[in-house]
Ligand binder design. Structure first.
Ligand SMILES: CC(C)c1onc(-c2c(Cl)cccc2Cl)c1COc1ccc2cc(-c3cccc(C(=O)O)c3)sc2c1
Length: 232
């Protein structure tokens, strides 16, 4: 049967994509990737600065998701804290999938590989980047997938999961239609996208270990990262 986006779905998609594009990491932050020297210390500090900026961008994007600000305030915090790492994996993954200008991709890969992350986490991390890169997501899909990740009802400490489900469901339906329209020759594309969300959950676990090993080596994070990741 003919799949068609309704007027409401089109309006929702425009809001999400607008918010996704409106809030970006400032150029003066990301262009440092090309400038600073390559020491483990310098790489860690630079990635910390970018991650901190990314969290601020993420909070602004989330506030623009229709209905989010009407959720219970404590649930809003629980959703942000529960999804921050996954949303940042998605965001940093986009850098690898869209061939960044000025060789950002190679530079970012180099800095992540040499930032004090142990080899056992580097492999799953770059496998994820590769699997996202192979999807060649358009920005509507990236924006919706990020919103869907943030609106995951079963994060720790979320009290009213149904309220979150009511916001997430229409996004999942819309993404499903988009995938059919965008990739008619690939009926399983939507399933592959959702498979990335499952992979993201496992990366949360690896990330918790990465944080521990950084802290064991006395690496300092910013107050915002400490707050969102419950460290220090
Ligand atoms: C505290 C710090 C050391 C850290 O701890 N864990 C992680 C992490 C790592 Cl390693 C990998 C995945 C997830 C996390 Cl959370 C990080 C660094 O996290 C980030 C977070 C966002 C972005 C966006 C980027 C980026 C580059 C160019 C262009 C753009 C762009 O959007 O244009 C974005 S790089 C980047 C690095």
């Amino acid at each position: 049967e003919k799949v068609a986006i309704t007027k409401e779905q089109d309006a929702l998609m425009k809001l999400i994509v607008e918010a996704y594009n409106k809030h970006q990491i400032p150029q003066d932050v990301t262009k440092k990737l090309l400038q600073e020297q390559y020491s483990t210390e310098e790489n860690f500090l630079l990635l910390t600065e970018i991650a901190t900026s990314q969290v601020q961008v993420l909070v602004e994007f989330t506030k623009n998701i229709p209905g989010f600000l009407s959720l219970d305030h404590e649930d809003q915090i629980a959703l942000l804290k529960g999804s921050a790492v996954e949303a940042m994996f998605l965001r940093s993954a986009q850098v690898f999938s869209r061939k960044m200008p000025k060789g950002h991709t190679e530079v970012l890969e180099e800095r992540i590989r040499k930032s004090g992350i142990s080899e056992e986490f580097i492999t799953p991390l770059f496998n994820f980047y590769k699997s996202v890169g192979e999807l060649h997501m358009v920005q509507e899909e990236q924006a919706l997938l990020t919103a869907i990740t943030i609106l995951t009802p079963d994060r720790p400490y979320v009290k009213d999961q149904q309220a979150v489900e009511r916001l997430q469901e229409p996004m999942v339906e819309l993404l499903k239609k988009l995938c059919v329209l965008q990739h008619p020759q690939e009926p399983q594309y939507f399933a592959r996208l959702l498979g990335r969300l499952t992979e993201l959950r496992t990366l949360n676990h690896y990330h918790a270990e990465m944080l521990t090993s950084w802290r064991v080596n006395d690496h300092k994070f910013t107050p915002l990262l400490c707050e969102i990741w419950d460290v220090q």
